[in-house]
Design a protein around this ligand. Structure first.
Ligand code: FE2
Length: 254
């Protein structure tokens, strides 16, 4: 049972500016999720940083986390910055779904890039940092974090299923199959709505809780782990490719 008693008193800064619905469970959230998560429906998209990767030395993974310059982003700040990039693609997905539903026309190449971004950046890089590093650390530190991180993991998996459905329908949609095109739009929409809600919960509830649990040293260690995960999961320099892709997809609707 996840109760307010388990919630750390300290909360990190949150700058909400957008209202989002929830994912496959519909607006209002999943009835099984902790109440704190159910009420998080805002997320700050804000300005997207030029580079949300941190520049940390691999060989600094030592017993004692290294000192960093004042102002280095914390682990949760790094993840929030990545959310801003992810939201550019989520918005592009919503525009594509709108266009398909209105005109029946699909930009298959753009949808293929949305799938690529979602599989390799959102899931392969960003969610990997949360699942392999942040969430386990939070569960180790506080038994009360088991429930909220489990909800986040379920939502990651729901998103993967939606992206797989888009990918499966795309070849037929590219050939003009109307049913397949409709499936692409439905799953793009569901993925986008779900991820908006998910990011809102992380930005407004989970990360402030994490900021209250994690020490500055914990945050530095996690940031170093993120750097390692990023280089192992997507490779050096690939992060920049996905930054450019997100900005290009965002520019299409500007
Ligand atoms: Fe996230």
């Amino acid at each position: 049972m996840w109760t307010a008693r388990d919630t750390p008193a300290e909360s990190g800064e949150c700058r909400p500016c957008r209202t989002f619905g929830s994912g496959r469970s519909g607006r209002g959230g999943n009835a099984t999720e902790p109440s704190e998560l159910r009420h998080a429906n805002h997320v700050d998209v804000g300005s997207v940083p030029d580079d949300c990767a941190v520049d940390l030395e691999e060989d600094s993974m030592t017993e004692q986390a290294p000192d960093h310059e004042q102002g280095s982003p914390t682990a949760t700040e790094i993840l929030k910055h990545e959310h801003q990039l992810v939201m550019l693609v989520v918005e592009a997905m919503e525009r594509e779904a709108d266009k398909i539903e209105t005109t029946g026309e699909i930009d298959s190449d753009d949808v293929a890039r949305m799938v690529d971004f979602s599989e390799n950046f959102t899931d392969g890089c960003h969610h990997a940092k949360e699942e392999k590093s942040l969430f386990p650390r939070l569960r180790e530190s506080n038994a009360g974090m088991q429930a909220p991180t489990s909800v986040m993991l379920q939502q990651h998996e729901s998103g993967r299923q939606r992206i797989r459905a888009v990918d499966a329908a795309l070849p037929a949609a590219r050939q003009g199959d109307a049913d397949a095109t409709r499936l692409v739009a439905e799953n793009l929409r569901a993925y986008a709505v779900g991820l908006r809600d998910h990011i809102g919960k992380e930005n407004e509830v989970l990360f402030p809780m994490a900021d209250g649990i994690l020490s500055p040293d914990d945050q530095r260690r996690l940031a170093i782990e993120f750097d390692r995960i990023e280089s192992e999961e997507i490779g050096a320099g690939v992060h920049e490719k996905y930054h450019a892709m997100a900005r290009e997809l965002a520019g299409k609707g500007a």
